[in-house]
Design a protein around this ligand. Sequence first.
Ligand code: GUN
Length: 293
Amino acid sequence: MELLDGKVTANAVLEELTEAVNQMKAEGKRAPHLAAILVGNDGASLTYVGGKVKACERVGFESSLIRMPEETTEEELLSKVAELNADDSIDGFIVQLPLPKHINEDKVVQAVAPEKDVDGFHPVNVGRMALGLPSFLSATPYGIVQLLERYKIPTEGKHCVIIGRSNIVGSPMSILMRRNAHPGNCTVTVTHSRTKDLAAFTRDADILIVALGRPEFVTADMVKEGAVVIDVGITRVEDTSRPKGYRVTGDVKFDEVAPKSSFITPVPGGVGRMTIASLMMNTLMAARKEIYP
Ligand code: GUN
């Protein structure tokens, strides 16, 4: 069993980005610039956005955090989005989700210019990905692709089984794993809450991607010997023995599944670690106009 180490891999990605920025500067170009809009005071969102700003500082990107009050109207937010779309000094931006209930998230996501949508949430980017055209991939799917690529995991002809069909993980992963590329060229099965005899599918998986958000759902009896196991779950489970009163738990029962697997992502320190690195990579590509020349 070998760990797919998200911490080590994300650090390597950030090092590469730092070098790329230094090179841009040496060529007289400005550093990539990422902006983030945060509406309201949600604690988790503040932490996530703070992590993104910190990562920008680390690699030498410029960053702008635009905070708007909880009472911001949809119209005001859409007007800020339009402003950032038109601002040539900003290469890419994100609107941190979730938004307050009185704002229609779909409307906001669709207002972001696709060439600045470094979250990869706009339907144009999702559609381009589905067609195999260059696109921004959203952070979690891109992070998983990076892990498979950097650990040189063979994927061609393998049976990839995905648990979960969400728009942010399960569905895009199914498209990426079956595309004619590397990683890719898998035969893909997408399972979900209505799947009958789920274990019959998971036991046949060469590559198992688990993204349903149920702590320790996947047990050893559901996994084939030698499988590659990607755990996307990050659920806070109460644990009074920890200083914060909780621990973060994946969707896979790691202790019993790890010995059966050839590669496995830990939680924490696996897929989650890769997401900010992916956002930074998208921002560099936006600055270089690689997706939309
Ligand atoms: N909220 C949780 N994850 C994300 C993300 O990847 N992007 C944005 N914009 N909001 C989020």
